[in-house]
Design a protein around this ligand. Sequence first.
Ligand SMILES: N[C@@H](CCC(=O)N[C@@H](CS)C(=O)NCC(=O)O)C(=O)O
Length: 247
Amino acid sequence: MLRSAQCYFYCSFRLGIARRTSNNLDINMVLTIYGIPRSTSTKRIVVVCKEKNIPYRIVSIKMLENEHKTPAFLEKQPFGQIPYVVDEDDGFMLFESRAICRYIANKYASQGTPLIPTDPKELAIFEQAASFELNNFEAIANPLYHEKVIHPIYHKIPTNESFVAHYVSTLNQRLDGYERILSKQTYICGEKLTLVDLFHLSFLDKVYLMLPETIDSRPNVARWYQALSQRPTWVEIKDTAPESFLV
Ligand SMILES: N[C@@H](CCC(=O)N[C@@H](CS)C(=O)NCC(=O)O)C(=O)O
């Protein structure tokens, strides 16, 4: 009896068969993430699954063998980038990590940590922050990380120091903006944690590894970064592989 119950649980987990609880939450829904555990974009999704208590599995893509550039992969993700996901409830497919995070946060709005505001003004502030995360933070932190780490280590291309100098100078100006915002409030949209705080985590970690003084020298950015990076959901996944520094 116990065995068949275990088997049911295992099989339903593997097959993504959702069981409805009395409060109508899907507790066994499986989100399949086609990515790599240590990748910045994959982690962005995983931390949200954990905050929302959503069971997920990661199917690792063999990027070193260029699996993400094969016709089969491009059919799912036309730009040849990881990750994309399949919602095993109904086969719904989606790519772009932030869109995926929003999908999870909206589908499971009442489960786990609330992450997207509903009040129109709070939502507008949220959208404002989502826009500057992408355009003012990731747009600089990501190429800086590629220039300093990915190019020399993965692609064997020497770091272009003049590019690095430009990115570091721009990053410092952008972090001054963050300091101004965070000197008035606990999180990036106000007093409550939102999805946009979590969006920052992957590259805040990389910036801290590369240039800790850019964060430590700004007391409110440092406080915010410490609070986010010490969330149990992030601590659990941040060092998913020894080479987590690299992707
Ligand atoms: N905007 C995309 C970016 C995805 C992305 O840049 N993925 C990287 C790994 S973290 C990748 O696939 N790089 C390989 C490539 O671009 O060819 C997202 O957020 O999902």
